[in-house]
Write a protein that binds this ligand. Structure first.
Ligand code: FAD
Length: 464
């Protein structure tokens, strides 16, 4: 159930989970099944989008249970649906502040103060990027921040690849990628590595790796897929072009731990310190899971596993301290999850002039010309993580309007011409039309309240 901060402020929660990556959702599934009615603060902008890092990738081929792979955003939709099915309360905002000096702990989120006896910090980490001019064009189309995750992609097989970075991870990734690529260029900004002697030795001795010292990547180029990296040698001051099909960033991660800095113990790189192999932090009642507490493994499945441990440990701790409140479910077996992930394209046969949410160019044309209602059009694409976040938000706004507005989803890869005509150059884009006139446009993920306010203004205008 999606909840509001103002309503959740009235009672003391058993457990608040901060973060909606694999660690957060897994913790929520366990805690909800244990009847703790956990509140999960999904995150909105502060530490990456709702759903976490896997929302920014395409195929995940190594998460158990998906023999044919699964798209990152789809995997996160499934974890979310599972957490909701068992009774997790979702608060779709950022946790802005947390006070761990007081009991119960107090979390500030969306102008509400949420009190809780226990907390699981699952705020993840963000892979650092080079922010090259053309980086966005080739993200997941040759550029990756994770060699272990993406190295086996067919496009990289027997091709020349590049790795940026000079630490242990960069060396390890370069060695790992020689399994797939024909040759690996390791691009190091300075004139030495920041890696262990053993790792350096393995790189230097590997005939399939060439180290480019004191070199900086200026930009990337390609067509549908990355083809080359522009490299500047800082000593000679010349620019060369390296023909590579893959560029892997290994320039470090930034854990999202600012929220608790100074309140619990962090290591030198700002990762949350937990008891070895366990989820307990330096403060009782505060647990950590996933990448924010793991500078080493950083995988979807390790994050999920640690989320499970954190939930079980939190439940045990609440119990031992007589703080636990149980919220038994009405039905032992809750209703099946509403996956609602793929909706059918509307055609002449299944189109309905009253449906609140439809898909495709047929529905758009019909509603645009014939409906008297304001019309939201969302332009999305299958691989766009933010679109997966935005669509349910917009659907909720429309549902709450009880038929006073309708929505249509346009996949810009299927309906390219429509997207072009509408001047859409990125997803998600939302346009609000009234009587065939464009009333407002939004780009990127926005809070639900932005859409509600716009539609309210529009409807008020009509009345006056
Ligand atoms: C491009 C890419 C591809 C990858 N591919 C794979 C793969 O194929 N297989 C694999 O196993 N792993 C892969 N990984 C690694 C994997 O994504 C991570 O290890 C995993 O997502 C970590 O999960 P997490 O739950 O710890 O954190 P994250 O996924 O980072 O999620 C953190 C969550 O915390 C939220 N958050 C942050 N700050 C706040 C705040 N203040 N308030 C509320 N919420 C907050 C964020 O919004 C987010 O929802 C990939 C990573 C990247 C970047």
């Amino acid at each position: 159930m999606v909840v509001e901060a103002s309503r959740e402020s009235h009672e003391i929660q058993n457990l608040v989970i901060i973060g909606s990556g694999p660690a957060g959702y897994t913790a929520a599934i366990y805690a909800a099944r244990a009847n703790l009615s956990p509140l999960l603060i999904t995150g909105f902008q502060k530490g990456g989008i709702q759903g976490g890092q896997l929302m920014t990738t395409t195929y995940v081929e190594n998460f158990p249970g998906f023999p044919n792979g699964v798209m990152g955003p789809e995997l996160m939709d499934l974890l979310k649906a599972q957490a909701l099915r068992w009774g997790t309360k979702l608060l779709e905002v950022d946790a802005e502040k947390i006070n761990l000096q007081t009991r119960p702990f107090v979390i500030e989120a969306n102008k509400g103060l949420i009190k809780t006896n226990a907390v699981i910090l699952a705020t993840g980490a963000n892979a650092k990027r080079l922010h090259l001019p053309n980086e966005k064009l080739f993200w997941s189309k040759g550029i990756s921040a994770c060699a272990i995750c993406d190295g086996a992609t067919p496009q990289f097989h027997n091709e020349e690849l590049a790795v940026a970075g000079g630490g242990d991870s960069a060396c390890e990734e370069a060695i790992y990628l020689t399994k797939y690529g024909s040759f690996v260029h390791l691009i190091v900004r300075s004139k030495q590595f920041r890696a262990s002697a053993a790792m350096i030795d393995r790189v230097i001795r590997n005939p399939q790796i060439k180290v480019h010292w004191e070199s900086e990547i200026m930009d990337v180029e390609g067509d549908e897929w990355l083809r080359a990296v522009k490299l500047k040698n800082k000593v000679k001051n010349d620019i060369t072009t390296l023909s590579v099909k893959g560029l892997f960033y290994a320039i470090g991660h930034k854990p999202n731990s600012e929220l608790v800095k100074g309140q619990i113990e962090l290591n030198n790189n700002n990762y949350i310190l937990t008891k070895p192999g366990r989820p307990e932090t330096s403060l009782e009642g505060v647990f950590a899971a996933g990448d924010v507490a793991d500078s080493e493994w950083r995988q979807g499945i390790t994050a999920a596993g640690s989320g499970c441990k954190a939930a079980l440990a939190a439940e045990r701790w609440l119990n031992q301290n007589s703080l636990i409140k149980f919220f038994p479910k009405e039905n032992i077996e809750p209703e099946k999850a509403d996956l609602n992930i793929i909706i059918e394209e509307s055609t002449e046969k299944n189109y309905s002039s009253n449906a609140l949410w439809q898909k495709g160019s047929y529905a758009l044309r019909k509603l645009y010309h014939e409906s008297k209602n304001p019309l939201f059009v969302i332009y999305s694409s299958q691989n766009c993580g933010p679109c997966h976040v935005l669509k349910p938000q917009l659907k909720r706004v429309i549902e709450e309007l009880n038929g006073k507005a309708q929505g249509v989803e346009i996949d810009i890869e299927i309906d390219k011409e429509i997207a072009q005509q509408a001047g859409v150059n990125g997803t998600p884009t939302v346009q609000l039309f009234n009587q065939k006139k464009l009333f407002q446009q939004w780009k990127g993920v926005k809070q639900r309240s932005e859409f509600s306010t716009a539609i309210k203004t529009l409807l008020d205008k009509e009345i006056s």
